[in-house]
Ligand binder design. Structure first.
Ligand code: MLT
Length: 214
């Protein structure tokens, strides 16, 4: 077997019971300017027993890590996005082999730019993620043809987000539903920053409880 490339700088934190190889793994994807450490405490709060795989985005924008290039705020470099989504999907598969977690039980938790790369992976490499929690997410790209996925997705966006226009939430939900995903949408009375309500809802959703779709 060739050595894994594990091409992303990352952290991996095993779940509560490292012997339980079928335990869920959260793929933590930070926002612009973040790093692999940012979302680890959040991941532990959201799913105390899960493995946490947390890569750092390998694109730098004025020194700030991101998961793909953008041409302007909200205007994405689609060729780069496609390539980076493939790289991330490959990384997850290689990490599953290396750390011996179940590649069929990976749920992404992404914030902002991290949510957008998670959606791109859902749409371009649908076998990679069983589900995703997308905080402050927008449509990353519209693939043609659409893939087919049975992923479960929670979109938790802010009603007064200066970066993500309100209409983007419904566009993204419709796109993911058209691809076959089961999508719950929450609109928080918030801007781009996460609030306690985002976390409480995501925690319940990850436990399989229903959250009110708005
Ligand atoms: C960000 O600041 O990260 C944007 O809102 C989302 C993105 O560029 O992917």
């Amino acid at each position: 077997m060739s050595a894994p490339r594990l091409a992303f700088t990352h952290t991996f934190t095993p779940g509560a019971d490292p012997a339980a190889k079928s335990e869920r793994t959260l793929l933590l994807l930070h926002g612009t300017g973040g790093n692999e450490h940012d979302l680890v405490p959040l991941g532990r709060t959201l799913a105390p027993g899960a493995n946490l795989l947390s890569p750092r985005g390998s694109v730098l924008e004025n020194g700030m890590p991101r998961f793909f290039r953008r041409l302007a705020e909200g205007v994405f470099d689609e060729a780069d996005l496609r390539r980076r989504a493939a790289d991330l999907a490959d990384f997850v598969a290689e990490a599953a082999e290396h750390y011996r977690f179940d590649p069929a039980r990976v749920t992404a938790v992404g914030y902002s730019n991290g949510a957008n790369i998670a959606s791109a992976v859902l749409l371009l490499r649908p076998g990679t993620l069983r589900g995703a929690v997308l905080f402050r997410a927008m449509v990353p790209l519209v693939p043609d043809p659409l893939p087919s996925t049975d992923a479960r997705v929670l979109i938790s966006n802010g009603r007064v987000d200066p970066i993500v226009p309100l209409a983007e939430t419904e566009r993204l939900a419709s796109l993911l539903r058209a691809a076959g995903a089961g999508v719950d949408v929450l609109l928080q009375p918030a801007g781009h920053q996460l609030t306690q309500a985002d976390l409480t809802a995501a925690q319940a959703w990850l436990r399989g409880e229903s959250v009110l779709s708005s």
